[in-house]
Design a protein around this ligand. Structure first.
Ligand code: FAS
Ligand code: PHB
Length: 395
């Protein structure tokens, strides 16, 4: 078999890249470890930056997003029993974010790929990559029970944090930067009306909480939990009681509870692998970096990398390979700003087990300063809605 680009992973990175390359007439195949239903069953991100929305539009997969997405002009910060609105729209000169679940983004991309009849293989357990330090890389795996070798020009490693791509790079060629947080997020999805119009990020002595949503009838909530917690430790009642205990009185009184349709615990980490390119292997999304979800950046960084990658590959096939040379630096410049913002939001809003009384006073002072400072709220707002993509002129 031969194709121009082999994409490993059918998450948002892989599917969005495949769609953008297809629209450029660049042949590609997507190889996914899990089944299609398994990929769709993962409940993850919920907030899209405008640049990600625009990219999905360019990929021709934004019809449902336009019809069902919820434009949000603000977020709220809750602490000391009060809520403070951060007017994203006013503070950024008219920008917004779109609330639209990652599951729906993935579904839209899968539907578009299927409609275009593009080669996609699910439940492929044994992908291995070879020769990416030459001009003739090869991907081996089993398709329909038969061993297959796919010759290609490029391999796009879109296979997430635990994927085979980054793991195939010689360790001495990679630098890792990591911070693991001493807590996790317990998430619950329910078909109940959201407790508020906009997202509420809460700093409470019992721990962080987040009130989010997927639609006007489907809510998504998170509470900070111990790394030792397991799903079976969290009945629905325990979750609702704990969430209610972290909300201000007015919000707690409005909370509509109901049976969970999904519950999961996510560990929190900041992670970056540098560089993101190794010859003909290019990493994108969680394969190269992870952010704590506090800043709603994970999915958006995947879109950010793909934005640079599809254009660099398209330039290559038009005979100009310079952009490929800038790929890693361009991605990492935006990745590190999102890493910083996600780390800052996490440090500001969570209760750290080893925090001293001094740490807690400083955290409170930062929150109090933030909600009373136009400059501080503007800094939060411009990072939350998404920093602009770097252009050629910026280099
Ligand atoms: P993904 O991990 O989504 O996709 C990688 C794909 O590669 C997967 O389908 C995987 O099965 C496949 N794969 C792995 N190994 C393979 C192999 N060897 N061969 C072939 N395929 C392979 N972000 C937010 O903004 N907000 C959130 O609330 C949020 N919550 C999250 C909760 C969890 C538990 C996790 C893990 C992440 C969360 N994220 C969140 C971040 C998440 O949204 C990611 O940023 C996003 O999925 C990144 O997309 P991809 O880079 O495509 O990686
Ligand atoms: C979500 O809705 O899943 C969500 C929203 C904002 C975040 C994290 C998760 O910062």
């Amino acid at each position: 078999m031969r194709t121009q680009v082999v994409i490993i992973g059918a998450g948002p990175s892989g599917l969005l890249l495949g769609q953008l390359l297809h629209r450029e007439g660049i042949d590609n195949i997507v190889l996914e470890l899990r089944s299609k239903d398994y990929v769709l069953g993962r409940i993850r991100a919920g907030v899209l930056e405008q640049v990600a929305v625009d990219l999905l539009g360019h990929a021709g997969v934004d019809a449902r997003l336009k019809a069902e997405g919820l434009p949000h002009h603000g977020i709220e910060l809750g602490f000391d029993g009060r809520r403070h609105r951060v007017d994203l729209h006013r503070l950024t000169g008219g920008k917004q974010v779109m609330v639209y679940g990652q599951t729906e983004v993935t579904r839209d991309l899968m539907d578009a790929r299927e409609a275009a009849g593009l080669p996609t293989a699910y439940s492929v357990p044994d992908v291995s990559i070879h020769g990416f330090d030459t001009n003739h890389p090869v991907v081996r795996c089993t398709l329909d029970g038969k061993p297959v070798e796919i010759a290609c020009d490029f391999i796009a490693g879109c296979d997430g944090f635990h994927g085979v791509s980054r793991a195939s790079v010689p360790p001495e060629a990679l630098s890792h930067f990591e911070r693991v947080y001493p807590f996790g997020w317990m998430g619950l999805l329910a078909d109940t009306p959201p407790v508020s119009e906009e997202l509420i990020y809460v700093n409470h002595p019992r721990g962080f909480a987040l009130c989010s949503m997927r639609s006007k009838t489907r809510s998504r909530y998170y509470v900070q939990c111990s790394l030792d917690d397991r799903i079976e430790d969290w009945s629905d009642d325990r979750f609702w009681d704990e969430l209610r205990s972290r909300l201000d009185e007015r919000t707690a009184a409005r909370l509509v509870t109901g049976p969970s349709i999904e519950k999961s615990i996510a560990p929190l980490r900041s992670f970056v692998a540098e560089p993101m390119r190794f010859g003909r292997l290019l990493l994108a999304g969680d394969a190269a970096h992870i952010v704590p979800p506090t800043g709603a950046k994970g999915l958006n960084l995947a879109a950010s990398d793909v934005n640079y990658l599809w254009q660099a590959l398209a330039s290559h096939y038009r005979g100009a390979s310079a952009e490929l040379g800038h790929y890693s630096d361009r991605c990492l410049s935006r990745v590190w700003k999102a890493e910083r913002f996600s780390w800052w939001m996490t440090s500001l809003l969570h209760r750290f087990p080893d925090s001293t009384a001094f740490d807690q006073r400083v955290q409170h002072a930062e929150l109090d300063y933030l909600v009373h400072s136009e400059a501080a709220m503007t800094a939060l707002a411009e990072n939350y809605v998404g920093l602009p993509f770097e252009t050629q002129a910026d280099r």
